[in-house]
Design a protein around this ligand. Structure first.
Ligand SMILES: [Zn+2]
Length: 469
């Protein structure tokens, strides 16, 4: 019933400004207490600490939704998308009640979510009156301050940004208004775009996701997702690249097919800000002390960024740009398909997993029996698997690792030996500490393929890049 009523109202709203069909695509950046409450509960559900009482039931419900979705965080889109235009928690709940069950979530799986999603919507509805009375006035004031800053930073050039992006992405203007909800906090990575009930993109951006021009870039990045959704005929460069990668033999489910167009979205949004708003803008992908996204996106620095910038500068054509990215992708895909390389990559992810689990047994099993570890700073060499086992077991007892990332920069394989040069980022939380210590190291690792065909660490040394709290 509710759903029907909303639909009709929504249709009227869409139909009334029929004349605006000729209007260029624009952003509608707005605040909404229901969405702010909901996204805060989603963000809190990701953290281990106890939520404030007003959020507690919604956070518990969000965690049970996440349990149903497993690791598929984008699966939330089917619920989150229904927020756009709901206004009242009651309407949102009614929309959730009409969701099919099981529902097809992002990634294609079918998941039965209704019970958990309804519990979430119900908890949000229960929390709304107190949230609006106690918390919203201050949050609204803060969000309005952010909104003013965003408007000022755009300086009236948001339209110019959108047309620059559409032009670069080779998309015809879809003549849509893209809703962008500014919220106090949101689940990782702080910004996302989902389908609303009208199959249009709706963006959510947390004001703590980035600052200054980086927040503008984040908004434009999310808007690009909405533009891609609106690119019904798949005319644009992003869709072309995806088709060309698949035609070049890269399987559709390979992460390159998703990551390369997505990297373009990042680079293009950053360049849009740099060329339209502020030439001093530093891309979001360049990261901060905790690491750079561009380092983790395959081929970002070696192919996508240079190819896209040349294309924007008109020093190469669109076809040349696409050729360059596809060629780099094919060569990386061939390299990645090499069984020896897969073995070495498996070793690196096994190391990270065992370290994170604090499992000294599993970790030492990834070293050869006569392995050597040469720690920095004149510490004694650790020699042999047994000593390595003791070393790590003691270490894990002293402090838990709360985050481990191993980034290989170079892998050279020759026969049964491989030399890996890379960087690690480790978060160590000593017992009783408030927050983690973050260690950034550069390492040199010699791996060896043992007689059982398994790649193991044979020699390992590292040197700290920096250590920061
Ligand atoms: Zn994105």
């Amino acid at each position: 019933m509710f759903r029907h009523a909303t639909r009709v109202i929504a249709t009227v709203i869409v139909l009334l400004p029929g004349a605006t069909l000729a209007q260029p695509t624009s952003l509608r950046i707005q605040l909404d207490p229901l969405i702010d409450l909901y996204m805060s509960a989603r963000a809190m559900a990701e953290r281990p600490d106890e939520p404030p009482p007003v959020f507690a039931p919604a956070v518990a419900a969000a965690r049970s939704v996440q349990d149903r979705l497993g690791r598929n965080t984008l699966g939330w889109g089917v619920i989150d998308g229904a927020l756009d235009g709901s206004g009242q928690a009651e309407t949102f709940r009614a929309r959730v009640a009409e969701m099919p069950d099981p529902v097809r979530v992002f990634g294609g799986q079918s998941v039965s979510l209704r019970t958990q999603a309804l519990a979430m919507a119900g908890a949000i509805q229960d929390a709304q009156p107190r949230f609006v009375e106690d918390l919203w006035p201050r949050r609204q004031a803060q969000l309005n301050t952010s909104l003013d800053a965003i408007i000022q930073r755009f300086g009236g050039r948001e339209q110019a940004c959108l047309s620059f992006m559409l032009d670069a992405l080779g998309m015809p203007d879809p003549h849509v208004t893209i809703p962008v909800y500014l919220v106090t906090s949101a689940p990782w990575p702080g910004a996302m775009t989902f389908f609303n009930d009208d199959r249009q993109g709706v963006c959510f951006v947390a004001t703590d996701a980035a600052t200054d021009t980086r927040l503008l870039e984040t908004i434009l990045h999310e808007a690009t997702h909405a533009l891609e959704i609106a690119d019904a005929g798949s005319m644009g460069v992003l869709a072309q690249l995806e088709r060309r990668l698949i035609a070049a033999g890269i399987p559709e489910n390979n992460r390159l097919v998703h990551d390369l167009p997505h990297t373009i979205m990042f680079v293009n949004a950053a360049e849009t800000v740099r060329r339209t708003i502020d030439p001093r803008h530093i891309a979001y992908g360049e990261g901060d002390e905790s690491g750079a996204l561009y380092d983790r996106l395959p081929l970002a620095r070696t192919a996508v960024i240079p190819a896209w910038i040349d294309y924007l500068d008109h020093t190469t054509t669109k076809e040349q740009m696409l050729d360059r990215i596809v060629a780099a992708a094919v060569s990386l895909h061939e390299k990645n398909s090499d069984p020896a390389r897969v073995g070495v990559m498996d070793l690196l992810s096994g190391l990270a997993r065992a370290e994170l689990a604090g499992d000294g047994e599993a970790l030492s099993g990834l070293f050869t029996t006569d392995a050597l570890i040469m720690p920095p700073g004149g510490a004694p060499v650790i020699s042999g698997r047994n000593a390595i086992h003791t070393h790590y077991t003691d270490l894990f007892e002293a402090a838990g690792l709360t985050g481990v990332r191993i980034i290989p920069d170079e892998i050279d394989i020759s026969g049964d030996q491989a030399v890996v040069v890379g960087r690690t980022r480790t978060e160590v939380t000593p017992a009783g500490a408030v927050g983690p210590d973050i260690h950034l190291d550069r390492f040199l690792l010699v791996a060896q393929r043992d007689a059982d065909g398994t790649w193991r660490v044979h020699r390992l040394m590292w040197t700290p890049l920096e250590s920061s709290r």
